[in-house]
Design a binder for this molecule. Sequence first.
Ligand code: ZN
Length: 243
Amino acid sequence: MKRQIVLVMSIVIGLIFTCSPISIASVKERHEYEQTGKVFWEANTEEANIALTFDDGPHPANTPELLDILKAYHVKATFFVVGKLAEEYPEIVQRMIDEGHEVANHTYSHHYDEAVTKDVLMEEIDHTNQILSETVGIRPTYFRPVGGYYTDAIIDAALDLDQNVLLWSWHQDPRDWAGTPTKKIVSHIIEHAQAGDVVLLHDGGGDRQETLRAVKLVIPILKHQGYQFVTASELLQPNPLME
Ligand SMILES: [Zn+2]
């Protein structure tokens, strides 16, 4: 009987090892990446600044509508654009720039893979930067990994290309990408708001009417509470001359 148990156990253990991936992506604790001074989730500040960030665009319908809303409220935001969409809709990216928003890099193909290699990701980031340079004449300084994954390979790829990495405040993902209704997006952002926040929202990836309506409601409430909306660069690397 005992021998049978030992046999079964050794088969189970054998299976566990053979089923394990050959190499698991190497990941450090968040603070170790933050210590580089180039990887951020939010700003450590007491100033009432908040950065609204929008991923996965430009989108031919949602993004112009969002830009209209931001313009009406004199709010500057940061757009983490997908390179192949920027290639398709350069006029929308140009409008972001003309209206004072920050354009940042979110890979070329929205490459969603925690185990992405450094080489593949460097190609994705670099290709997007080349498109932005050729079409609208800018070079982003911030990169946001798809899915919020951060591994040594992902961080190294970005830093080697001289990009800062910006994830988002973990308390500021209202899950607008999951079809969350407007009311819930609004209450989530308002209830969790604090100085230095980086709010994760999406202008691409599908219908974003709930997000657009939420933005319209959130901005005046937070402004009334004394918050200012700034771009990623303004939030994380304030110009000392402006202080
Ligand atoms: Zn994304």
